[in-house]
Design a protein around this ligand. Structure first.
Ligand code: SF4
Length: 153
């Protein structure tokens, strides 16, 4: 969760809470939505009952962003981009079974044999966001959190 994303979620938290699972809402109200873990030295979202607190049959941050006109408005950039991954040289690849040492082999959506739809079509929204991030983007950078059109760094 980048500093910008943190601020943006806090700003809409009152709208997010009613969308949460009942137990997740209870925990968020008592202890907050950040857990104790870190990634790239930034805090990670809290998990309740093995699920991200923002999961409720889908991502409620995605749902709220969509309602406000841009699915990526409030979603963490790592979640927005999944399953796209930067190569570190300005290009991106699609995470999938058997490619670039992918370790997450139980996730059906990373198995190309489960669909005939080409990634360039299925991931058009994610690719559009990747194009706004610029060729120098790496995980661990804060690209801002203003949605597709606002990410320019
Ligand atoms: S997309 Fe990210 S923020 Fe949304 S529910 Fe999944 S892990 Fe949580």
């Amino acid at each position: 969760m980048t500093p910008t994303e943190h601020q943006q979620i806090d700003a809409v938290l009152d709208r997010v809470k009613p969308l949460l699972r009942p137990l997740a809402r209870q925990v968020v109200e008592a202890e907050g939505w950040l857990g104790g873990g870190t990634k790239f030295e930034w805090p990670m979202v809290r998990v309740v009952d093995d699920w991200c607190v923002f999961f409720n049959g889908g991502c409620v941050l995605h749902q709220l962003g969509d309602a406000d006109g841009d699915f990526s408005l409030y979603k963490p950039i790592q979640c927005v981009m999944f399953p796209l991954e930067p190569n570190g040289d300005g290009t991106w690849y699609v995470r999938q079974h058997g490619y670039e040492d992918e370790e997450w082999d139980e996730l059906f959506c990373l198995n190309p044999s489960n669909t005939d739809r080409r990634a360039v079509e299925a991931l058009a929204s994610e690719i559009a966001v990747a194009e706004t991030l610029g060729s120098a983007f790496r995980w661990g950078e804060d690209p801002g959190g203003t949605g597709n059109s606002g990410r320019t760094s």
